[in-house]
Design a binder for this molecule. Structure first.
Ligand code: FAD
Length: 353
């Protein structure tokens, strides 16, 4: 307990490893704490058939490229293997199986409370991602539904849905990819708020990242940017989605705002029975353990300027999305945020010594 780290990073996914790379380079005394026993962050939990949206060389952390994949886009397991090897390659100081439950300020240091005891640090980086905070709308009757209900964050493969009439909810990439494979083993309907929109075949994650970067740069420089060509939130035509579209299964059945014991009540008032519902309705941010330190809203968002907490000197939040650094929730995007964060931490430590 007497040992004081310069930096404790909470989380052991891609964001924490990117920070680890720069912390190691800055020769700071750091420790990364991850509650999971294995490297891979949220990728460990994604569904079996998930592939990245970008080729390997556009899905890399600082310093060491993701090895080339045999496929156009690396499989989920290749991302997990890369993160494990990256951690080993740079011998990052990661302690696994340690869950941080709360952080308190103790004089000028942070007291990081875990089930295995408390640790002390001069600064803290929160890099706990989104997977631990799945979002499901609070619809009337949701408790009454007697069938199987899971969030996409827990979905693994279509096996459990064989022969069970299934409703998939949510018009994003997760919804489209899950409809694509579940519709091969059972009858599926797809509930979306707006008509799903698909990107042209040639537009992949690499392209989207470049367009989004150009838009961000233009906004920062106050220059006009024609963003009308593609909506970056539209669905990427990965092979499984392309195949499902050719079968005509990617068609929206519209919305519902009520459930009952056997299914849902559509906007039209019609009732329809389902055996299972898969909620592809996104995530909040897994930051609740920071609640005694700073204000966290109901989605898990804190007040930040890029990654730096505006409320708590010495605290940074990395990898949650644009609010903590542009594109920082992607493997390639977190690089810039991690680099800037460690520069700010070095400055902070210099000024507080
Ligand atoms: P995570 O990977 O979630 O890691 C957080 C870690 O923190 C976990 O290991 C967790 O166990 C740990 N943790 C949480 N709470 C605590 C605690 N209290 N104490 C200790 N440890 C804790 N990104 C891309 O770059 N390319 C893609 O193609 C891509 N495709 C995606 C497809 C889908 C369907 C989804 C949902 C996401 C995709 N992403 C993609 C985004 C990417 O997977 C995530 O944004 C990424 O996992 C974020 O990394 P992270 O390190 O910030 O968080």
């Amino acid at each position: 307990m007497d040992e004081i780290f310069d930096v404790i990073v909470i989380g052991g996914g891609q964001s924490a490893l990117a920070c680890g790379y720069y912390l190691r380079r800055a020769k700071l005394k750091y420790l990364i704490l991850d509650k999971q026993d294995f490297p891979g962050g949220a990728w460990l939990h994604s569904w079996d058939s998930l592939t990245l949206f970008s080729p390997a060389d556009y899905s890399s952390l600082p310093g060491w490229l993701m090895p080339k994949s045999e496929h156009r886009f690396p499989f989920r397991q290749e991302a997990i293997d890369y993160l494990r090897k990256y951690e080993e390659h740079y011998q990052l100081n990661v302690r696994r199986g340690v869950e941080v439950v709360e952080i308190k300020k103790d004089g000028i240091v942070f007291k990081v409370l875990t089930h295995q005891g408390a640790l002390k640090a001069k600064t803290v980086i929160s890099a706990t991602g989104t997977w631990g905070n799945p979002a499901i709308p609070k619809l009337a009757g949701i408790e009454d539904f007697k069938g199987l209900q899971i969030h996409s964050g827990k979905y693994k493969n279509p096996k459990d849905f064989t022969g069970r009439k299934t409703l998939v909810v949510g018009e994003g990439n997760s919804g489209a990819q899950i409809v694509a494979e579940v519709s091969k083993v059972t009858a599926v309907k797809w509930s979306t708020k707006k008509e799903p929109e698909f990107l042209p075949d040639e537009v992949d994650g690499y392209y989207l990242f470049n367009v989004a970067s150009a838009r961000y740069k233009a906004e920062k420089e106050g220059k006009p940017f024609d963003a009308s060509q593609y909506n970056l939130g539209n669905i990427v035509m990965v092979p499984s989605v392309k195949e499902a579209q050719s079968r005509g299964v990617l068609v929206s059945s519209g919305t519902f705002d009520k459930l009952y014991d056997k299914g849902v009540i559509w906007h039209s008032g019609d009732k329809e029975e389902f055996d299972a519902i898969i909620w592809c309705t996104g995530f909040g941010y897994d930051t609740s353990y920071l609640k005694s330190l700073i204000d966290i809203d109901e989605k898990g968002v804190a007040k930040t300027s890029e990654s730096k907490s505006l409320e708590m000197p010495g605290l940074w939040l990395v990898g949650y999305g644009n609010w903590t650094g542009y594109a920082s929730a992607t493997i390639i995007g977190v690089n810039k945020t991690a680099k800037q964060t460690i520069l700010e931490i070095e400055e902070f430590l210099k000024n507080s010594n």
